[in-house]
Structures are given as structure tokens and as C-alpha cells.
Design a protein around this ligand. Structure first.
Ligand code: ACM
Length: 527
């Protein structure tokens, strides 16, 4: 497809839309329609030309990769083949050496010379005869597939829609992300999400090109990951949660399986064990971690007691070290989150001493340390990453040359209620409707923190009031897509009015996926 042809088709489409608009309507105000094609996050550049240049997809449409493609590229091809064929046995096909892409196929190709696409960018070209996705790295191919997916009708998402002929409009997309860290956090400690529900979230993160899954694995109310050298953590606190809700924990094998599944979707898991506060579940299991060596009461309500690790006792660092070492060897990861938020009952010196000593343990084991904003008050290295969430000390870390992740409570906390009648959720950071989640500027958030200090954005989903997967989904969607767009799309490509309409077009897709998303008002939902 040349640009000329694309533009001509686009002009025809615009005329058609204009003609529809001019038809007078009577009766109650006609429902606003979302656009027919809408990509979230908004790509850097996109031209769409519905009409006779469309590409027809059937369950037999081959997805092809080059003869010498790596197994990783082949795996992305197989992911795409399974998406369009709606069956798990579908695989990518390797082209025979020296042959060119056949007609009516979808080709995925790495081109390392396309350095302008970076590690995650891609170019997608849809013509009547062929579809091509080109990227410099495999992650880019994966994101190109996600955009292709959103150009296909929502029925592509439903496993039971077999006999289908799906039409993809002619299109040309060149797209690179704004931020390196595009994350979501699941709190599986206050309530527990079984591994298959975490994997479902991973798949939904991928749809919106998120690349970090921060797992909050322990808190006052429960401990969710097996630590073999400290078995009571899960034997005692793996079975508690807020109220009488069902609880559980991940064995190290299950955790490694989640990490591998996430990796197959280009998502890096960031494990967090919150310390030295938010630790009651561990103190119940091992009272010696407390200064008075007596077990605190089990805490299974919303909120938390002020109990902490006995940070001035050397032996607790054996515990800290065993936990970090076991989690890091169950599934080696580039990041490890130490928590560090909301610590009551320690002096500033005691708190800073804990953070610094824990940093040296994390550094020795290898991953890059992440912690909530409060850790910036300690003498941490610029290699550490600080996660801003509230009125905290994150700016101090930017001043020392370190990087920040932005999770501002009043915009990015997905556990806040949408409005005053939302049944689920809390409201301490305010009510967060979709507009509030979307309409903020990461570079204007913290005085003196420039874009170069911002590694990216993350939307935490705390689970004090969330019990089932459907509860988690209701609070996450559509607001998670808003944060995903701010993290991916360049400032000139974001804007509330346009997003409002594009997210409306995602309604039928989320519905086809069975996502219990909040049908928030003011959006022209399509379902
Ligand atoms: C937090 O919300 N306490 C990080």
C-alpha cells in the first residue's frame, strides 16, 4: 500500500462518515458511536483505510517467519497464529530459504537495521494482499501483533468464534513507546489471586502493551510465596487473607511458571516482599523477627498494625537475605522490590539503616532494587528505582540521579473508587473516574523531576476490597488502559476526547474476552 492509496481510501472513509453524520435523527438523542477502528495505546503514527484494500483473515491464514528466524521470533509468530486461528494448535510457518512472502499471509520479520524502532517499536503494514510486521527486536514484533489484533474485529478475541472471516482494514502504523517501564501491580496479599487469574491479567496487560507486572507478594494479612528455608511463612500465613476470603500461596515452581508465562508476553515480573513494615503475616509465623519475640495478633482486616521487623537485630538480615535469595533463584529477575512504605514505630535512622543494609543484600544477589517513595530518604544508589505513590520523598532520588516510577495515588491507584457509589474500592486518595486516571501529565507531576528521570508509569491495584478475579477486573478496566496509554503514547498522541472515543471502541473487545470492565459513563461503549 502506498501512502497515496491509503490516503485516497482514507478520504473516501471520511466522506462516508461525514455523510452518516449529516443524516437527521429524530427521537431521543442518538447514541454516540465509537470509532470503528481504534488502537489503545494510541500509536505514534497510524493511517487506516477501510474499504476495498482490506485484508481478509480466515482461520487458515498463515503467519510466516523467515527461514532463519530465531525460535523467539517463531514463538511470537505462533502467538499470532493462535490469536487469529482461535486455536492453540496453530503455529507459525517458516518460509523455505530464498522464498518470498506468499500472498494472503501475515509475515513477522526482524530487521536489526531499523534501530529507530528501538527495543519495542514496530512497523505494521496491512495491504489487501499481505500483512507485514517489522521490528528491530522480538518485543517489537509482539507489540505489532497487539496492534494488528486491535485492527481485527472483537470476535477475534472469543475462543468459540471459529468459522469466521475477519476483515482488517488497510493500514500503516509506525510506533515506538514513550517510557521503558509500563507497569501494573497486583496485590495478591490482602486477597489471593490463583495463578491462572494472574496469567489472565498478564494476557490483558499484553493487549495494552504493558511490560511490567509488579506482584505484591506479602503484607500484614498474608504471605503468598513459598520460602523453603522459612516454611512457616506459608504454612501459617499462606492461608490467611482479609476476612474469611479464600487464601493460598504460590509454590516456587508456580511462581517460576508465572514469571515464564509473563516473559512469553514480554512482561517482566517485579516481585515485592514489603518490609520492614506491612509484615505482620511474617511476624505471626516467626515471632523472633520482632524485637519482643512475641507473636502479634493475626491481622485480617483493612489497614495494618504498626509492627515491624526488629531492624536493629543482626539476625533478621538472615531472614531478609534468605527471602530475596530464594525468590531471585526461583525465577531470576532483573528487579526486586523491597517495599519500604508506611513504616511506623522506627526512628528515621533505624529505617534508613534497614533500607541501606537491605540494598547491599539485593546488590549482592544481583537484581536492581526498587522501593516505594519513602526509601529515597536513605542513602541508596542511583541504580535503585524509586516508586512515587503519595507525598513521599521520590524527588530526592531524582536529585541523586536515580530513576523514578510514577504511581501517583490520585490518578494511578486502581483501587480507588470510580465515584461515590462504586461498591468496591477505597477513597483515601480521592475518587478516580476515567478522566482523572487519564488526564494528567507525568512530567508536570513532581516539581524538578524531568522526563529523563522518569523510567515510566505503573498502576497499582491494591486488593483490600477485591475478592474475586471479577472484582480485580472491574477496578482495573478501563482505567489500566488509560495509564497504559500515558506510558506508551507520546504527549502529542494523547488527549482525553480522542481517548474517550477510542476506549469506547474497546468495549466489545473486553466483552468478548469476558472482562468484567466498568461501563463508566461518558464513554461511547461498543458492545
Ligand atoms: C502504598 O500505597 N502504601 C505504597
Amino acid at each position: 500500500m502506498t501512502h497515496r492509496i491509503a490516503q485516497r481510501s482514507l478520504a473516501v472513509a471520511v466522506l462516508l462518515v461525514a455523510a452518516c453524520r449529516s443524516t437527521p435523527r429524530t427521537g431521543p438523542a442518538a447514541a454516540e458511536r465509537p470509532p470503528a477502528y481504534a488502537i489503545v495505546p494510541n500509536p505514534t503514527t497510524i493511517e487506516i483505510a477501510p474499504g476495498r484494500d482490506s485484508f481478509l483473515v480466515t482461520p487458515r491464514t498463515p503467519v510466516v517467519v523467515d527461514a532463519d528466524a530465531s525460535s523467539e521470533v517463531e514463538a511470537v509468530g505462533t502467538y499470532a497464529a493462535q490469536l487469529i486461528a482461535s486455536r492453540f494448535g496453530a503455529t507459525a510457518q517458516r518460509l523455505a530459504a530464498g522464498t518470498t512472502q506468499p500472498d494472503s499471509s501475515i509475515a513477522l520479520r526482524l530487521d536489526p537495521t531499523r534501530a529507530n524502532l528501538g527495543a519495542e517499536g514496530y512497523e505494521l503494514t496491512v495491504r489487501r494482499t499481505q500483512v507485514q510486521i517489522v521490528a528491530a527486536q522480538p518485543a517489537g514484533l509482539f507489540y505489532g501483533v497487539q496492534t494488528m489484533r486491535q485492527l481485527l474485529p472483537p470476535s477475534v478475541e472469543h475462543i468459540a468464534s471459529y468459522t469466521r472471516r475477519l476483515v482488517m482494514p488497510a493500514a500503516h502504523v509506525v510506533d515506538v513507546p514513550r517510557f521503558e517501564w509500563r507497569g501494573g501491580m497486583l496485590d495478591v496479599a490482602r486477597h489471593f489471586l490463583p495463578a491462572q487469574d494472574v496469567k489472565r491479567f498478564i494476557d490483558l496487560y499484553a493487549l495494552y502493551k504493558l511490560n511490567r507486572l509488579h506482584l505484591h507478594l506479602a503484607d500484614d494479612q498474608g504471605w503468598r510465596i513459598e520460602i523453603k528455608s522459612w516454611p512457616n511463612l506459608t504454612a501459617v500465613s499462606g492461608n490467611t487473607a482479609i476476612g474469611d476470603a479464600p487464601a493460598g500461596f504460590y509454590t516456587q515452581e508456580q511462581y517460576a511458571d508465572i514469571v515464564a508465562y509473563a516473559r512469553s508476553r514480554y512482561i517482566t515480573v517485579v516481585p515485592e516482599i514489603d518490609m520492614p513494615g506491612h509484615i505482620n503475616a511474617a511476624l505471626v509465623a516467626y515471632p523472633d523477627l520482632r524485637c519482643n519475640r512475641t507473636a502479634p495478633e493475626l491481622f485480617t482486616r483493612v489497614g495494618g498494625p504498626p509492627n515491624t521487623l526488629c531492624v536493629t537485630r543482626d539476625s533478621i538480615y538472615n531472614f531478609v537475605s534468605d527471602v530475596i535469595r530464594e525468590i531471585s533463584s526461583a525465577a531470576p529477575a532483573p528487579y526486586y522490590h523491597i517495599g519500604g512504605d508506611e513504616v511506623a514505630g522506627l526512628t528515621k535512622e533505624q529505617y534508613r539503616g534497614f533500607v541501606e543494609r537491605t540494598q547491599s543484600i539485593v546488590d549482592r544477589i544481583g537484581p536492581r532494587m526498587v522501593g516505594w517513595g519513602e526509601i529515597a530518604t536513605a542513602n541508596i544508589s542511583p541504580r535503585a528505582i524509586v516508586q512515587h505513590w503519595n507525598r513521599d520523598s521520590s524527588e530526592m532520588h531524582a536529585q541523586r540521579g536515580g530513576k523514578l516510577i510514577l504511581s501517583p495515588g490520585p490518578h494511578a491507584y486502581l483501587d480507588m473508587k470510580y465515584d461515590s457509589v462504586t461498591v468496591l474500592g477505597l477513597r483515601w486518595a480521592g475518587l478516580i473516574d476515567l478522566h482523572t486516571a487519564y488526564d494528567w501529565n507525568p512530567t508536570a507531576l513532581l516539581p524538578g523531576v524531568a522526563e529523563s528521570s522518569i523510567l515510566g508509569l505503573e498502576a497499582p491495584l491494591w486488593a483490600e476490597t477485591l475478592v474475586t478475579r471479577q472484582d480485580y477486573e472491574y477496578m482495573a478496566f478501563p482505567r489500566l488502559a488509560a495509564i497504559a496509554e500515558l506510558a506508551w503514547s507520546a504527549p502529542g498522541r494523547t488527549g482525553w476526547e480522542d481517548f474517550r472515543r477510542r476506549i469506547g471502541a474497546q468495549g466489545a473487545r473486553l466483552a468478548a474476552l469476558g472482562v468484567n470492565f466498568a461501563r463508566v459513563p461518558g464513554v461511547p461503549w461498543s458492545w
